[in-house]
Design a protein around this ligand. Structure first.
Ligand SMILES: Cc1cc2nc3c(=O)[nH]c(=O)nc-3n(C[C@H](O)[C@H](O)[C@H](O)COP(=O)(O)OP(=O)(O)OC[C@H]3O[C@@H](n4cnc5c(N)ncnc54)[C@H](O)[C@@H]3O)c2cc1C
Length: 356
C-alpha cells in the first residue's frame, strides 16, 4: 500500500531493509504478535549483502557466506527455514561446549535444492603467485609454499615475539605481532587487514583483534592441523566442539546459495500477510518528541515520494544515512557527529564463469 501504510484495524511495523535483519524481524513479528510488518527495501533484491545474485542461471554470493552459529536458537531458526540434507549418519553440531545430535535422513524424499547442505569451506588467498589456505594454517603445505628462506625468517621472528612480546598491546599491529611474529604479520595480515577494513593496523585497537581473530594462534593452528588429520574420516562432526569460529571448515549452506535462505524467509513472510515493497528508498524519518511516526521513501523506478506511517519502526539501513535522514533538531549534536563520521567500505565481488 504505497503512499500510506497500513492494514485497517491492525498495528503495523515499518521495517527498513529486506536483508537478514529486516526479514527476521518481520518473520518473528508475524509468528509471535498480531503486528503486520511492512518492509521497505530500496533495491529490487532480497537478502541485503547476504543475497545470491542469479546471472543467467549462475548463482553468486556477495562473499562466501557460511551458516555457523554458536547459538542454538540461531541454528534451529535456520534449519526450520531449510531442513538439513539427508545424511548417512546422525550429525553432531557442537559449539560453546555443547553438542546436539540431528537425526540423519529426516528430509528424505524432499527436493534437495531446497535444503541446507553440509559444506566444507575452501577459502584461499592468492599471494606470492600461489594459493594459501585462509585463515592461515601453519601446515606443511603453507611452509612449502612460503619457501625455506621465508619460513626460517618467520620461525625466528615468531620465537622473538614469544620471548620478547610487546608489553602494552595497544594496536591490532601489536596484537598480531605478539601472536604471529613480525614476519608472518607483514607477510599475511598487514595488507589483508588494511585492504578489508581501510584502516592501518596501527589505528585499530588490540581489543578488536582479540574479538575478531580470537583463538587463532600458531599453537592453536598446530592443534587444529592435528585435529583435522584425526577427524578427516569423521565428516559428520560439523560443530567441531572447541574449535574457534575462525578455523571452522564445515558449515551448513543453502543448496542454491546464501540468499536462498532469505528468499525463503521472504516467501513465508508474504504468505503470512507481511508486505514487502521494493525500490522504496527511505530518505526521511519524522518524529514527534521521542517517537518515530512516519518515514518518507522515494521510489527509484517512478521517482514518486510516499509517506509511511506505522506503530513501530525498525531500521536496518546504514546508521549514517538513518541519522542524516532525521530532523536535526531531534538528534543530539554528538550523535549526529558520530553518525556522520562512520566509515563504510565498498566491496567489489568478481564472479568468474567457467565452461566446464
Ligand atoms: C564478503 C562478506 C562475507 C560475509 N560472510 C558472512 C558469513 O560467512 N556468515 C555470516 O553470517 N555473515 C556474513 N557476512 C555478513 C552478513 O552479510 C551480514 O551480517 C548481513 O547481511 C547483515 O544483515 P542486515 O539485514 O543487518 O543488513 P544488509 O544485509 O546490509 O541489509 C540491509 C538492507 O537494507 C536495504 N537498505 C539500505 N538502505 C535503505 C534505505 N534507505 N531504504 C530502504 N532500504 C534500505 C539494503 O538494500 C539491504 O537490502 C558477510 C558479509 C560480507 C560483505
Amino acid at each position: 500500500m504505497p503512499g500510506g501504510t497500513g492494514v485497517p484495524n491492525k498495528r503495523t511495523a515499518i521495517i527498513i531493509g529486506a536483508g537478514p535483519a529486516g526479514l527476521t524481524a518481520a518473520y518473528e513479528l508475524l509468528t509471535r504478535t498480531d503486528i503486520i510488518p511492512v518492509i521497505l527495501e530500496k533495491s529490487g533484491d532480497i537478502g541485503g549483502i547476504s543475497k545470491t545474485v542469479n546471472y543467467k542461471g549462475n548463482r553468486m554470493d556477495m562473499g562466501p557466506h557460511r551458516f555457523f552459529s554458536k547459538s542454538d536458537r540461531v541454528m534451529e531458526w535456520w534449519m526450520k527455514m531449510m531442513p538439513l540434507e539427508k545424511t548417512e549418519d546422525n550429525i553432531n553440531i557442537s559449539y560453546q561446549n555443547k553438542t546436539r545430535e540431528i537425526p540423519g535422513g529426516s528430509a528424505a524424499g524432499e527436493d534437495k535444492s531446497k535444503m541446507m547442505l553440509v559444506i566444507e569451506r575452501l577459502t584461499r588467498i592468492y599471494f606470492l603467485r600461489r594459493f594459501f589456505t585462509y585463515p592461515i594454517q601453519l601446515s606443511i603445505d603453507t611452509l612449502a609454499k612460503l619457501g625455506a628462506w621465508r619460513t626460517t625468517k618467520i620461525m625466528f621472528s615468531y620465537l622473538r615475539a614469544r620471548l620478547f612480546p610487546i608489553k602494552n598491546e595497544a594496536s591490532l599491529q601489536d596484537f598480531l605481532i605478539n601472536r604471529f611474529g613480525r614476519e608472518l604479520y607483514l607477510t599475511f595480515f598487514k595488507d589483508y587487514t588494511e585492504k578489508v577494513w581501510g584502516i592501518s593496523c596501527e589505528k585499530i585497537s588490540a581489543e578488536w583483534g582479540a574479538q575478531r581473530i580470537k583463538g587463532v594462534s600458531i599453537s592453536k593452528a598446530i592443534q587444529h592441523a592435528v585435529k583435522a588429520i584425526v577427524n578427516k574420516t569423521k565428516k559428520s562432526e560439523i560443530g567441531q566442539k572447541g574449535t574457534e569460529t575462525s578455523l571452522i571448515e564445515q558449515f551448513l549452506y543453502p543448496a542454491m546459495g546464501a540468499g536462498q535462505m532469505w528468499e525463503e524467509v521472504a516467501r513465508q513472510v508474504k504468505e503470512m500477510g507481511g508486505q514487502i515493497y521494493h525500490y522504496e528508498d527511505v530518505q526521511k524519518i519524522y518524529a514527534t518528541d521521542n517517537d518515530i511516526t512516519t518515514v518518507v521513501t522515494v521510489n527509484s523506478e517512478s521517482g514518486l515520494a510516499s509517506s509511511w506511517k506505522g506503530d513501530y519502526f525498525f531500521s536496518t539501513m546504514p546508521v549514517q544515512e538513518l541519522v542524516a535522514g532525521m530532523d536535526s533538531s531531534k538528534v543530539p549534536a554528538d550523535v549526529q557527529e558520530v553518525a556522520a563520521g562512520l566509515m563504510y567500505r565498498d566491496f567489489v565481488n568478481v564472479g568468474v564463469l567457467l565452461k566446464k
